[in-house]
Every structure is written in C-alpha cells, then in structure tokens.
Design a protein around this ligand. Structure first.
Ligand SMILES: [Zn+2]
Length: 80
C-alpha cells in the first residue's frame, strides 16, 4: 500500500505526494502523481523550488521496508 505525505502537494494543491523508490539508484523520493513534481528530500516538501519535474523518472511506490531502508521516518506519512 502506498504511503503519502500528510499535506497536499504545494505545487498543484491537488493530491498528496507518494513515497516512491526511483530506479536505478533505489533512492526514495516523494512524487506527486497529479503534477509529476518530485522531491528527493522529504524536508523540502513544502518548497516547490526544491523539487524537480520527475516525469521521466522510473518510480514505484515504496513499501514499509523501502522507507526504513532509506532512513525516512515513516510516521511522517500515512498509508492510503
Ligand atoms: Zn502536485
């Protein structure tokens, strides 16, 4: 089940970004499925300019283990 941020995307204000694993570097990222904006650091999620257009990234939703491995705090996200 995907994990999402507790706040909606600051760029499109439509949808909450999802925690994703990016291939091939296996980095965690936050990815807005609505406007395809992405952030590599969850601390930057409130700042649109710290993100980038992730449209060409190869991403899949992260599970609990991916999030733990990436060192992110799972309590900052909610399961949807
Ligand atoms: Zn968005």
């Amino acid at each position: 089940m995907p994990y999402r941020t507790l706040e909606v995307c600051p760029r499109c204000k439509q949808d909450a970004p999802v925690v994703m694993v990016r291939s091939p570097d296996r980095k965690l990222c936050l990815y807005c499925e609505e406007c395809e904006w992405a952030w590599i650091d969850p601390k930057d999620i409130a700042i649109v300019e710290k993100g980038t257009l992730g449209i060409y990234w190869d991403v899949v939703p992260a599970n609990k283990d991916d999030i733990a491995q990436g060192g992110w705090d799972i309590s900052e996200f909610e399961v949807v």
